[in-house]
Write a protein that binds this ligand. Structure first.
Ligand code: AMX
Length: 435
């Protein structure tokens, strides 16, 4: 058994009694109340999910296994010659809650390498899709196409004990994660580089190999590592994470669950916002004929968008009530590597003018920028200007967190998810509205 799986097995054995005790002895203890605005309003803020992989504080932002983003970047072992940690080491942290040493990170990297071969039928299938297919549709299709590879399905069909479900889920999860960079890079090269595919380099780590297969030089390997880590997890109620968990709760395997997760991420209010930000900024750039707008000029673009009934992409959040630390990390990267890049200056002016305008408009509960406001600029700077590909990068990262969650879902025996609906008439009655 691999070091990671062995360690995880021990953690699971230690953890199970905690969940069992809560359920058995404290199952009736209330954790909150539900209001009509929450029922109509997308279940916002209802505490009805549990995960130990990450926690999102509205004012502090995300913590992965208790660590802030700067702590993660500082504590995890770095790829030699790079500023950023091994993505594989970060996955070890997400799964086990322990910071790996270099030895453990390298062992996970080896595990991924062993599993990275993508079956040829996936590439053949992608080649058959219409050329106008969105990269997210291609990505989702490629993942679900591999469903017949599921180890979980084979073992389940052979009569697997419920306590053992997590083992083959782990195998499926690692098999899939290891293949995602090659699939993503294939989609990119097929769609935008005339199908000129670059083969994987077995010597490289996940981030390094991805940059290599994309055909983008250093320090894009570090951009890839940073990007996958930052986008990995945001507790479990956001659309992509929740979709992955929900589908997996029916004991659908990791391929079905992650494909569905990708579909949720593809919406403009969620992952697609990073593409929308770039599209919006390009519109401003065209109107400004490339000149950096003054704050007054930028204010006009923002108000015009709001007055035409559209959202400002990259701003606002359902949980956060401050600037997203994922935005801040990427901003720091920009300040270090591309401080004078015109598109970064645009984002900077946008950052200055938008929050006060959203406050003045008085609708958005959070006027501050989220992860998506900054990420496209970095990609653009390193030559990845095909912005409808950006959400695929988000998807590779998000899969790390969702796979970790699904493995733990199976380990702790979380049941099929099934919230209850009520009718409008029932709510009117609860509210005491007289007919
Ligand atoms: N621009 C304009 N209006 C906004 C806004 C923004 N950036 N953010 C929120 N609002 C509006 C909402 O549309 C809503 O208007 P309504 O009352 O007319 O329906 C009102 O403010 C209240 O919304 P909210 O409670 O503050 O936000 P929410 O929880 O309903 O939605 C989010 C959160 C992210 C979908 C929303 O802020 C938004 O649309 N932002 C722009 C798109 C974006 O950046 N999405 C990416 C989020 C991060 C991610 O998942 N990748």
């Amino acid at each position: 058994m691999s070091v990671l799986k062995d360690k995880l097995g021990k953690k699971i054995e230690e953890w199970r009694p905690r969940t069992t005790k809560l359920l058995k002895d404290y199952g009736d203890v209330k954790v909150g109340e539900v209001t009509i605005s929450q029922v109509i309003g997308g279940a916002r803020g209802i505490k009805s999910l549990t995960t130990d992989i990450s926690y999102l504080d509205p004012f502090e932002g995300i913590r992965f296994r208790g660590f802030t983003i700067p702590e993660v970047m500082e504590k995890l072992p770095k790829v030699p010659g790079s500023e950023m940690p091994y993505v594989e080491g970060f996955f070890y942290l997400l799964l086990t809650g322990e910071v790996p040493g270099e030895k453990e990170a390298l062992e996970v990297a080896e595990e991924f390498k062993k599993r990275q071969h993508v079956p040829e039928y996936v590439f053949n299938m992608l080649r058959q899709l219409p050329p106008e297919s969105h990269p997210m549709a291609m990505f989702s299709a490629a993942i679900v196409a591999m469903q017949s590879e599921s180890v979980f399905v084979k073992e389940y069909d052979a009569g697997l004990n419920k306590m053992e479900f997590w083992g083959p889920t782990y195998e499926d999860g690692l098999n899939l994660l290891a293949k995602l960079p090659a699939i993503a890079a294939f989609i990119y090269r097929l769609k935008y580089k005339n199908g000129d595919i670059i083969k994987a380099d077995p010597k490289l780590d996940m981030g390094g190999n991805f940059a290599h297969m994309m055909g983008i030089k250093k320090p894009y390997d570090d951009v890839a590592r940073m990007y996958f880590i930052l986008h990995s997890d945001h507790e479990s109620g956001n659309v992509s994470a929740h979709t992955g968990h929900l589908v997996a709760s029916a004991l659908s395997d990791v391929y079905y669950s992650i494909s569905a997760m990708i579909d949720g991420l593809a919406g403009p209010l969620h992952g697609l916002a990073n593409q929308e930000v770039l599209r919006w900024l390009q519109g401003v750039m065209e109107e400004m004929k490339g000149k950096i707008p003054s704050e007054e000029e930028m204010k006009k673009f923002v108000w015009d968008t709001l007055n035409s009934g559209q959202v400002i992409p990259g701003f606002g959040h359902a949980v956060l009530r401050k600037t997203d630390p994922r935005y801040t990390s990427q901003r720091e990267f920009c300040l270090k590597h591309l401080p004078d890049y015109p598109l970064f200056k645009y984002v900077d002016v946008l950052y200055k003018v938008t929050p006060p305008i959203l406050l003045e408009q008085g609708k958005a509960k959070n006027p501050w920028p989220n992860v998506d406001a900054q990420s496209g600029v970095i990609q653009w700077y390193y030559g990845l200007t095909e912005y409808d590909f950006y959400t695929v990068l988000f998807g590779v990262g998000r899969a790390l967190g969702v796979v970790a969650n699904i493995i733990w879902d199976r380990a702790l025996g979380y049941p099929i998810e099934r919230p209850k609906s009520i009718t409008t008439a029932m709510m009117e009655e609860i509210a005491g509205i007289k007919k």
